[in-house]
Write a protein that binds this ligand. Structure first.
Ligand code: BES
Ligand code: ZN
Length: 613
């Protein structure tokens, strides 16, 4: 008996699941899903099989071949990170059918009431499963070491439609019997209900399971891309315009990393409470609406999620300890795509913004350097709390370092070979290093691979980007400390990313009068670009400029993207000296905004506040 993943109860001696058939009856009046899951194992098993669950009510467990009940027990103790193990006793069994109901507080699901949507007419629900929230929707071996194929039948009210990160089979009326153990046949087949049926033919880790149900419309933007969003003309039009260049990026990805294996690359723009910028759900990426800025700059987030189609979704980290294999590779791949479509200067800006982010994380983790490693030990650590720029930016730096060592042509060849060798597998850091050493003989003599993967901090051979525009902006930021603001001519060509880089490189705290002077001149607090606005508001909070607290409050109440919530709440509550007013303010705003956040964001903000209050 040995766990294979610090974040799962899956045992190394148990067979893994290869296929899951799901039947979901969505009940918007209780914010629950009455469900059934039919799990198929790699081989027949005898003994106690353990599955991950979180806040699920298990109704019954059957052997579907004999229709007999299987003894099961759900641990009464819920581990705060891993949830409740479900143990099923089986004898020579390779299929297990489970009837259960999700909870209204399922950590993967956000249920929006009609008033919380754009059109205010219909409810909306969507998932976010990474890293360990799939278990709050269905019992499973919720570790990326496992890969499953699945089918799903979503039974929903006829006015709504359902989308998934899977192939759409059909939309049709309910059929008797297909509810399995989800609910009564009468309920499943009730008038006004429809079934949206999906199949996922490629094996995926459970964290890539995703759906959304609501009043959803779409526009075609390319031969294999449609953009989906709440059915609002202006939102769909804005999204279609913003993402018009998607097909070009897919082609660049194919040239660099090999064939695109997922057939479709659709985009789903979610309500503003979506907790991430983007999520690489296969066949259908999920996106925050904050990336739609009207200037095609959302392309960076799309490039990132697209890059995951190769690095992350084809080759997956075996556990979250090796998360950098997902995000570091993807950040590298994203910047290669950005460089190809937007040019070297923009790519250098992104690298520079990332570099500053990495430097700042070293300060954040100075009392717990474990999380500054690429290969981490996350035993007892909630991945949502461990989330940082380190796997992204230190991972990027490591790969960039290898590229500098062997040259771009050789590195490109290596990358293609790596992806072809491990596609549809889940791997760890040693597997990558062995492959690197086998394919780039002698690399270990030129680069200290152990320091890079197992050491803390930033290795000495990491590098800031070199580019005129990057260097100019950073030096202007340094001049601000001496009281000089950039003039109109200097900022004439600045877009969101230039401002973001500038603001991030200013000191955390300056004179309040400098903050207002900067804003009077450049209206940063009114920026439509949340990256700019939030970077400015952080400076305002750090400088105790309370006249901006109403803008802070408004921002915290209109978006739920954690990239914005984290720094704003942290800036308000961290440090002691005389910050009582800010702390009370943060608590009040959170109490008022809480219900509008996704459960994952609620948890993350709670843990920020509890650490500092
Ligand atoms: N897979 C991540 C989002 C994620 C990470 C969700 C960990 C849950 C746990 C996604 O690919 C991502 O990195 N999104 C970034 C995009 C950015 C780097 C362009 C984000 O949300 O900010
Ligand atoms: Zn990512």
């Amino acid at each position: 008996m040995a766990p294979i993943d610090p974040h799962s109860f899956t045992d190394s001696t148990h067979p893994l699941t290869t296929h899951i058939s799901l039947s979901f009856y969505f009940d918007f009046s209780t914010s629950t899903i009455s469900s059934s899951a039919l799990l198929t194992l790699t081989s027949p098993y005898t003994g106690d099989l353990v599955l991950d669950t979180r806040s699920l009510t298990i109704i019954s467990v059957l052997d579907p071949l004999t229709n007999t009940h299987l003894p099961f027990s759900l641990s009464p103790h819920a581990d705060p990170i891993k949830g409740q193990p479900l143990t099923v006793s089986v004898t020579n069994c390779s299929k297990i059918l489970i009837g259960y109901v999700t909870s209204c507080s399922s950590s993967a699901l956000q249920w929006l009431t009609p008033p919380q949507t754009f059109n205010k007419k219909f409810p909306f629900v969507y998932t976010q499963c990474q890293s360990i929230h799939a278990r709050s929707i269905f019992p499973c071996q919720d570790t990326p070491a496992s890969r499953v194929r699945y089918t799903a039948k979503l039974n929903i009210p006829g006015q709504l439609s359902g989308v998934m990160s899977a192939k759409h089979v059909e939309r049709r009326g309910p059929v008797k019997g297909e509810e399995m153990l989800a609910c009564d046949e009468a309920l499943w087949c009730a008038e006004g209900r429809v079934v949206e049926e999906f199949v996922m033919e490629q094996p995926i880790p459970p964290y890539l399971f995703a759906f959304a149900v609501g009043e959803i419309g779409c526009r075609e933007v390319g031969p294999r891309t449609k953009v989906y969003a709440e059915a609002v003309g202006s939102v769909l039009d804005g999204a279609a315009k913003e993402f018009a260049g998607t097909e070009d990026m897919i082609r660049v990805g194919e040239r660099l990393f090999g064939e695109y294996d997922w057939e479709r690359f659709d985009l789903l723009v979610l309500p503003p409470s979506f907790p991430y910028g983007g999520m690489e759900n296969p066949r259908m990426v999920f996106l925050t609406p904050t990336v739609i800025k009207g200037d095609a700059s959302g392309a960076q987030v799309v490039a990132h999620e697209l890059a995951h189609s190769w690095t992350g979704n084809l080759i997956t980290n075996k556990t979250n300890d090796h998360f950098w294999l997902n995000e570091g590779f993807t950040t590298y791949a994203e910047r290669r795509i950005v460089e190809a479509v937007q040019g070297e200067d923009i790519a250098a800006l992104n690298i520079g913004i990332g570099w500053k982010g990495l430097v700042d994380e070293m300060e954040r983790f100075k009392d717990n350097m474990e999380l500054t490693k690429l290969w981490t030990n996350q035993e007892g650590v909630d991945p949502d709390d461990a989330y940082s720029q380190v796997p992204y930016e230190k991972g990027f730096q490591f790969l960039w370092r290898i590229e500098r060592q062997i040259g771009r042509a050789a590195f490109d060849e290596f990358l293609k070979k790596y992806i072809a060798a491990f596609k549809f597998q889940s791997i760890d850091t040693p597997t990558f290093l062995d492959f690197l050493k086998a394919n780039v003989p002698g690399i270990e003599n030129d680069i200290d691979l152990k320091t890079w993967t197992e050491g803390t901090g930033i290795p000495p051979d990491a590098m800031e980007p070199v580019s005129n525009i990057y260097t100019k902006i950073v030096s202007l930021a340094h001049e601000f400390k001496q009281g000089r603001m950039p003039n109109e001519e200097e900022v004439a060509n600045w877009h969101g990313q230039e401002w973001e880089l500038y603001l991030e490189n200013l000191p955390k705290s300056v004179e309040a009068s400098q903050v207002t002077a900067l804003d009077c001149r450049y209206r940063l607090s009114e920026s439509k670009d949340y990256e700019v606005k939030v970077a400015f508001l952080q400076l305002a909070i750090g400088s105790r400029c309370s006249e901006y607290y109403n803008v802070v409050e408004k921002t915290l109440k209109e978006v739920g993207r954690m990239k914005y919530l984290r720094p704003l709440y942290t800036a308000l509550v961290q440090g002691n000296a005389g910050k009582e007013e800010e702390k009370i303010f943060a608590q009040r705003v959170f109490a008022e905004a809480r219900e509008t956040y996704h459960p994952i964001a609620q948890g993350v903000v709670e843990s920020i506040l509890s650490k500092h209050l």
